[in-house]
Ligand binder design. Structure first.
Ligand code: PGA
Length: 241
């Protein structure tokens, strides 16, 4: 798959009965460790030990202790989970996750060698006010504060107005923004190998186009990954495209 990463964020979807249809298909046909699936945490054990990788949708920033309802990077790593989504816009929006929390999560996850998918993106209002670059720069600066190893960090550029809306920026916009993100990381950290994914309304029809945009290292997919057939089709297109 030319080393492109396809990450599925299943969010808070599916009940256990849905997995009886979903899992056999993806377990049989996904034979590629550049595919990462992030199920609801409760179901993670059902997804482990397959030919794809598993990620957790959220994480806490302490290693253990009296934090009811939370899961630590140490616990996740001990289960064989290799990836973690940090700072998804739904966490920022509905759970008031702020940049300093995100920074602590990145720091703690780094300690356990989890591969971090750091999500950043602007709202429609910010975009319309031409503040996109400013917003992204601030998110990157704050999330990576005091972080010294970037080998396990991947940035997912997810414009909030594109998530779940079927509206996707133009190729040119994605290319320009991804290039800007890399430039900001380089300026801040001197690290020039950062991978950047695109996320927001990626589906089986547009993945072939998006994944080939200059500088894009892969995609983060929400809604279209909930149907096993659609998701498999996306992987097929990305592999062949
Ligand atoms: P979507 O979600 O593919 O349904 O737009 C993407 C995401 O939230 O990561």
């Amino acid at each position: 798959m030319k080393d492109k990463l396809i990450v599925a964020n299943l969010k808070m979807n599916m009940i256990i009965n849905d997995l009886t249809d979903y899992l056999p298909k993806i377990n049989k046909f996904i034979n590629n460790d550049n595919v990462v699936i992030c199920p609801t945490s409760l179901y993670i054990p059902y997804f482990l030990k397959q030919k794809y990788k598993v990620g957790i949708q959220n994480i806490f920033y302490k290693s253990s202790g009296a934090y009811t309802g939370e899961i630590s990077p140490k616990q996740a790593a001990s289960m064989g989970i290799e990836y973690v989504l940090i700072g998804h816009s739904e966490r920022r929006t509905y759970f008031n996750e702020i940049d300093s929390d995100i920074n602590k999560k990145v720091y703690e996850s780094s300690k356990y060698n989890l591969k971090i998918i750091l999500c950043i993106g602007e709202t429609l209002e910010q975009r319309n006010m031409l503040r996109t670059t400013k917003v992204l720069k601030k998110q990157i600066n704050l999330a990576l504060k005091n972080i010294s190893n970037f080998d396990n960090i991947i940035i997912a550029y997810e414009p909030i107005w594109s998530i779940g809306t079927n509206i996707v920026p133009t190729n040119n916009d994605i290319e320009k923004t991804v290039s800007y993100i890399k430039q900001v990381v380089k300026e801040l950290t001197n690290y020039s190998n950062i991978k950047v994914l695109y996320g927001g309304s990626v589906n089986e029809t547009n993945i072939g186009n998006i994944i080939n945009i200059n500088g894009v290292s892969g995609v983060l997919v929400g809604g279209a990954s909930l149907d096993a057939d659609r998701f498999l089709k996306m992987i097929e297109v990305a592999v062949q495209g």
